[in-house]
Design a protein around this ligand. Sequence first.
Ligand SMILES: Nc1ncnc2c1ncn2[C@@H]1O[C@H](COP(=O)(O)OP(=O)(O)OP(=O)(O)O)[C@@H](O)[C@H]1O
Length: 539
Amino acid sequence: MPRVRQPPKRYSGESSGFSPKTPAEYYRVEFYKVLDTIHTQFTKRFQQGGLLSCKSWRTPLMCWSYEEVHAGTEGFSASLQVGEGGFGAVYRASLSNTVCAVKRLKQDGELDWTVLMKSFQTEVEKLSKFRHPNIVDLLGFSEGGGSMCLIYSYMENQSLEDRLHNVTQTHHNLHMSPDYHTLTSVSNILLDRHLAAKLSDFGLAQFVSRSSSGRPGDQTGAQTKSLGKTATVRGTLAYLPDEYVRNGQLGTAVDVYSFGVVLLEVLTGRRALHKDMRSGERYLKDLVEELEDGPCGSSEAAWRKQLDERLMAGGACEPAGCLQVAALACRCLDKNKRRRPAMTKVRTHRYEHYLLSIPRPPLSLDSSVGALSQQLSSLGPLEDSYPSSLSSLSSLSSLSSLSSQSSQSSSSLCSLPPPHPLHSSSSLPPLSSSSFLGPCETDESRGFSQYHLSPQSNGTSSRDQNHPSVPTEDQYNFPPQPSTDGVLSGGTSSGGTSSGTPAGFSPAGSLQSMCPGPSGTSADPEPARDPPRPVFFFI
Ligand SMILES: Nc1ncnc2c1ncn2[C@@H]1O[C@H](COP(=O)(O)OP(=O)(O)OP(=O)(O)O)[C@@H](O)[C@H]1O
């Protein structure tokens, strides 16, 4: 684990708006945001059991006719296909004037049709019972015409894998086997227009096994058995710790481990299972051990060499805080599961690198969010009711601290304009002292709730009776961004909307992080429902 020194208690940069200009700057912004939201996505995994049993989240699904889906995908046109996974091809579709993702389950010899049918039913049944800001919304389904389709909200930035590794359709076709499926991997972390991460395949891949036990939170028995089938697949092994591979032990520590691998993927830009010129296929999860055994040990210098070059494009120095992320990844990848941090503790770590490193958003954004936050301030506690993140910083003795170089990076932020001071009293409107549901929730959760449906007895709704309204448009006017070559570029490949967001803007995922969690136990007992979140604008 890289040893890093005590962080500065407070960032003392000038107050300034921030507008990324170069591809490297955009890459960094997205780097932070993706890290931020995937953390939230992982944290939420621990709450799934609670949510599943929460009746108030029950949402009726819509049933589309085959003809409608056929028309919406222009006859499942190849030009609208955005990807392909183990269960079938995914199309960008327009249904009732709403952009959706249609996953058409494939019927071929590769798949056990009975299992697939059961998976389909399970996905529909289970996902119709709740929705969650960090799980891709299942909007409906369609049966008929000899095909079965699942209809999800469309995630403009597709998968983290697409963004990180510039995945092509060819690659998707390469891993069409359902066994390739991983519990959590960059391919089933989808990114919405704001780069907020959401889990996909929540039902298809996981409920098959869970349904047999009838207990969603049950992580033993049938689920273990089912997962055991995939454990022979290297793509899956890449995200799993030894204790699972050897003994089939599941638990939250496995998720923490997978989170560590994802962090390494984002940091290094390498795949969890990648080819090495010298030694052939290598697991990224072994990097920690390799560095420890290397000549420089797990030092900062050694870790610096591992960073994704794209983060330093144009001669920029490393993004502030990335060595902390590396240190965190090391802890998550500890072979001893008891030494891995609980996700609640991971959250505490995050204060440090994000608060110190992410500049504030431009003023135009401030004012629009400020107005919004005023409207929403009645929804939740004021920021003052949460402990100051700065005080959290000073008490972080367990976290490896910033290196001197990292501190320099923090204060200069390389070529980027300096961030806003952490304790701002400037022109920033009182948005930060309000509760604000970030775009992930406002756009999609609220958008979905605008679907005034009349549930039928089976819990589904007919689209013909109730057309969904298009989800609320976002309130942000982000600057256009230069096109970069695919990776984490923030542009859209097929969504048709810009996702370029300024640094300092943190999507809904980050808001959660400002809520003080319990002091962190490996059991990670988190509440089933979030309190309203304060806006996370690095004050
Ligand atoms: N809701 C969505 N919105 C936009 N794109 C999506 C959506 N769901 C999937 N995709 C795209 O389709 C690709 C395939 O997704 P899919 O969930 O079918 O497979 P996977 O997760 O990659 O693999 P597997 O199904 O084997 O787990 C994704 O990588 C992504 O690019």
